[in-house]
Design a protein around this ligand. Structure first.
Ligand SMILES: Cc1ncc(C[n+]2csc(CCOP(=O)(O)OP(=O)(O)O)c2C)c(N)n1
Ligand SMILES: [Mg+2]
Length: 585
């Protein structure tokens, strides 16, 4: 470890033997602890007490991406964690900056992304007596309920341990968000350089493999062998695991149809013959054995019950038997009975399945044929809709262009948020490679957009394409400056339908714009021009195609305002059913 040391006068300069002592301060120890563990990027926003931490981290070779709002830095860190299996680091100032970062910390925890939110904080003795310190807040207490673990370091000697604990907590088992509280005084503490050196920890095996129990594997394989209508559901946990080749082998060797959840799209190409996405509403209620790999039976899968799964009412279970592969032993039975839980890391579990794969009969032909029939009907129907060229553009005609562009650029990262802009993109735009699609995740949050764009570009170095609802874009829009500042190859397409879901609502009293409606005909493209990026206004698919192709050719930060028919969307996109509507008079 190369700790650059500073000379400081020894504590007691009275004797003749006093030598200048090599010391190291808290700033340096934090930086060295991160570097020692391969954490080479910080997403943050400077200010008291961490300004010098950002400067010195940059000087010491850590990449420091400085944002305009901590929430976006936090989302960037969270998705960096998903993409790299290393905790994404978000760095903020105390109280308000910390609070701005919390949304992303909670998001990381909910989505099982490894992330560490490091926030500076005010002085313990003042905070704890509530004496009104600058940005006073008991941040540790506030963070605790929404993250996987939270730690505070008070002594420079403990920085190494603090960061090691944060790393282990973030990436081991089910990954999640971790909070690390670093009070202002810690940074200026100096300790002897040699003691500092010794105190740092290079974490050994931070995310240990968790091998499944052989009897659990056998139970699952026996159930799978008995299936007449098997189905595999791939969740974003399967994408996170980076066990791509084994997952592909499991699916292809068994011939079992599979359904990718949103961020698992591309684990196998969406155009794969076994992909059942286009027959989702047929396969879920019909399947008799469902293997969930890194997918939870939460609201995104209708909790594994109700009409979606062939139940008679919303609480009624279907006739499926479930195999659930998950690293968390308490995930099973969370919503319905899990007949064969297999606890372990997805890579190890799928590898164990593969050992016995030859004895699994191929998915029965009548099941596969029935699915293919539905698929071709739905694909043909979608083809007709996509071929239309209405004026103004609608989501379909615009996304038909995006679909082509992504097909031609399968390595590009696709960021996606909005309601209709999200749901239509997910179903229309095929993905071809793993971990290329990153979106609103488990909560369906707006605001991940520009933070994800920055992290995706920085981590993967690939072209990034962001398909953004106009409302969704607004949550992080100021970060187009960040994208321009770092000159990142990001092409943002704002699907501008003048509002949230649609642009057609009116205030019945005639006083104000309706709550769901924005300035009509807004030119989002002009925002990026203020920072030297390329803006384009697209009113036709041809204009959109040209602008996107040019963005990808030039790799310049680009924002395309895609003018979408304001009547085209539906309330809440695909999840209208979750929206309680006031009784109409
Ligand atoms: C943080 C957060 N706030 C509010 C919402 C509620 N919400 C869901 S989608 C959406 C915006 C939808 O509008 P837009 O992004 O323009 O997509 P469109 O349907 O118009 O394509 C909002 C505000 C949310 N999901 N997350
Ligand atoms: Mg909109």
């Amino acid at each position: 470890m190369a700790i650059v040391t500073e000379s400081a006068p020894a504590a007691a300069p009275s004797t003749a033997a006093a030598q200048p002592q090599e010391t190291v301060d808290g700033f340096k120890l934090v930086i060295e602890a991160l570097k020692l563990n391969g954490l080479d990027t910080i997403y943050g926003l400077p200010g008291i007490p961490i300004t010098d931490l950002t400067r010195r981290a940059q000087a010491d070779g850590i990449r420091v991406l400085s944002f305009r709002h901590e929430q976006n830095a936090g989302y960037a860190a969270s998705i960096a964690g998903f993409l790299t299996q290393k905790p994404g680091i978000c760095l903020t100032v105390s109280a308000p900056g910390f609070l701005n970062g919390l949304n992303a910390l909670a998001h990381a925890t909910t989505n099982c992304f490894p992330m560490i939110l490091i926030s500076g904080s005010s002085e313990r003795e003042v905070v704890d007596l509530q004496q009104g310190d600058y940005e006073e807040m008991d941040q540790l207490a506030v963070a605790k309920p929404i993250c996987k673990a939270a730690f505070r370091v008070l002594h420079a000697e403990d920085i190494g341990v603090g960061i090691a604990r944060a790393i282990r907590a973030a990436v081991s088992g089910r990954p999640g968000g971790v909070y690390l509280d670093l009070p202002a005084k810690l940074f200026a503490q100096s300790i002897e350089a040699e003691a500092g050196r010794k105190s740092l920890i290079k974490v050994v095996d931070p995310a240990p493999k968790q091998l499944p129990a052989p009897d659990a594997v056998k139970r699952a394989m026996d159930l799978l062998k008995s299936a007449k209508k098997p189905l595999i559901v791939l969740g974003k946990g399967a994408a996170y695991a980076q066990a791509d080749a084994d997952i592909k082998a499991l699916i292809e060797k068994t011939g079992i149809p599979y359904l990718p959840m949103s961020m698992a799209k591309g684990l196998l190409p969406d155009t794969h013959e076994q992909c059942a996405s286009a027959a989702r509403s047929f396969v879920l209620p019909e399947a008799d054995v469902v293997m969930l790999i890194g997918a939870r039976l939460n609201w995104l899968l209708s909790h594994g019950k109700g009409k979606t799964w062939g139940g008679k009412s919303s609480k009624d279970w279907g006739n499926q038997k479930f195999i659930q592969v998950d690293i968390s032993p308490i995930e099973a039975d969370s919503n319905v009975r899990i007949d064969a839980p297999v606890v372990g890391d997805i890579g190890s579990v799928v590898a164990a399945f593969l050992k016995d794969i030859a004895s699994v009969p191929r998915a029965p032909a009548d099941w596969v044929n029935a699915i293919n029939e539905r698929k071709s009907k739905n694909v043909a129907k979608m083809g007709e809709t996509l071929a239309k060229d209405p004026s103004p553009m609608n989501f379909h005609s615009a996304l038909n262009v995006v679909r082509d562009i992504v097909k031609a650029n399968p390595d590009a990262m696709l960021v996606n948020e909005g309601a209709n802009a999200l749901d239509f993109t997910r179903s229309i735009v095929d993905m071809y490679k793993p971990r290329k699609r990153i979106d609103v995740g488990t909560w369906g949050i707006m605001g991940i957009g520009m933070g994800y764009c920055v992290a995706a570009a920085v981590v993967t170095k690939q072209q990034v394409i962001a398909i953004e609802g106009d409302s969704a874009f607004g949550f992080s829009g100021m970060e187009v400056e960040t994208i321009c500042r770092y000159d990142l190859p990001v092409c943002i397409v704002v699907m501008n339908n003048n509002g949230v879901y649609r642009g057609t609502d009116v205030d019945p009293t005639g006083r104000d714009p309706a709550p769901t409606v924005f300035v009509k005909g807004a030119r989002y493209d002009r925002i990026i021009e203020a920072f030297g990026g390329v803006g384009a206004n697209a009113t036709t698919p041809a204009e959109l195609r040209k602008a996107m192709e040019e963005a990808i050719r030039s790799r310049k930060p680009t924002l395309i305002n895609a003018v979408i028919d304001e009547t085209a969307g539906t309330e809440s996109g695909r999840i209208t059913g979750l929206n309680p509507t006031a009784k109409k008079k």
